[in-house]
Design a protein around this ligand. Sequence first.
Ligand code: SIN
Length: 526
Amino acid sequence: MKGSERIRTDVLVVGSGIAGLSFALKAARYADVLVATKKERVESNTNYAQGGVAAVFDPGDSPDLHLSDTLVAGAGLCHLRAVEELVREGPERIRELIAWGVEFTRDEDRFALGREAGHSRRRILHAADLTGREIERALLAAVAAESRIRVLEDHVVWSLQTAHDPDSQRSRCSGALVLDVHGGSWIQVDARAVVLAAGGCAYLYRHTTNPAIATGDGIAMGYAAGAAVANLEFVQFHPTALFPAESRAQLISEAVRGEGAILRRLDGSTFMEDYHPAASLAPRDIVARAIDAEMKASGDPHVLLDLSTIPAERVAERFPYIRGVCLEEGIDIPADPIPVVPAAHYQCGGLLTDWDGRTSLAGLFAAGEIACTGVHGANRLASNSLLEAVVFSHRAAQRLRRDLVELTPLAEQEVPIPKIAQAGQDSNEVEGRIRSLMWEDVGIVRSDERLESARAELDRLSESPIARDGTGPGAFRARQIEFMRDVATLIVRSAQRRRESRGLHYTQSHPYRDNERFLRDTVLVR
Ligand code: SIN
């Protein structure tokens, strides 16, 4: 590996999705911002979001209704104050997105509001079925016009650095060691504050709607640096991914069921009414478990999503992307039903933050899917995640403006360049093992035995290093597998602590909710 260079900045932002970019745009009003992203800037989970952003814009809707829907989904673990901030600040943050150039679909002079599971009103703003792509387009254009933001693509944050702050007498995040993946050189970034907006970790599962970048790097490095993580056991499985769901499965948005599509067994019979009064539009955790149970009972490899209840013109206008994806597979919707299966979709837990995005490590903020703000509790309400990202990155940017006065630059320290081991376990094999064991043992239905077996295997995989070929991309790959292994272990440890079933965490060993012992977050600190 080549030598290292040094960059000094006010704020280092890790990740270029909605949380990182909207934070950067706000922070650039008062600070120099460096954004590091491990792939091209557009490659983020945001870019794949179909459904939309939930916010109160309908005259018949209210923040109180949005609040109560969010609390019901969260199964007792939402933090009330965080949800209050979300629903009350949400509409203003949406107007900011529009000012940055985001074009949401309109119905004449009003927003066309979609419906998704768990929402008692139509409140999903969307850009057809490519909402995330539209948001990412507009934010990247706004960032390009901003002179105080510099974006480094193909730069992976290897580790966070911490230092003793003589003023506060505590440890503080003081920057990061960054690898230029293609150039193969190291950059030591000294920053007064670091914002982790590096997304979630659903790629830890064999079947997922997420791209291969969703490996939980930020969660692993934040935890390693000393920040607390919370509620990692609550991994959300989206009920409807296009079958077969290998590697990254195509999402079939919940908005499709919001428009009236119905789940059926392969023989055409319906089943969701046996599980919940809202049938196909029941909360996501219930639908995913029901499909899993049906597939296990019948031995069928998938169920069907029947769109024949929706007029063809409506399907073409509302779901052009999904229609195109299905046509490529020879499925002509709405006439043909779509074969669907559940797939890992979203991490509701993450780095524990206060209402202003601060983690438990001074100088380190977190925003977006990577953060546990308390909004989602044990189960995220559909389309609340993009909203959470803009509301809490805004709050974090406001907070940092005040905190920056105290976060004075620390003395430069020499961080040793990591030694790159050549020998060790094969990275492809370890990745395959992690994704299989997470799917089989830490998935939709868990048990004490399965969690213990997953833990034992992860411990074995931690005994020796992952082989690296010494070049930039080879080292990056090995590092990413280490992050995956570390986050998988944190998820299993969190799931083992919650000896009850609640929201997204369902275990056959403890199938009931236990409010006496577990009406609380699962917090882990190194
Ligand atoms: C979807 O379009 O179904 C995904 C929306 C979400 O995950 O919030």
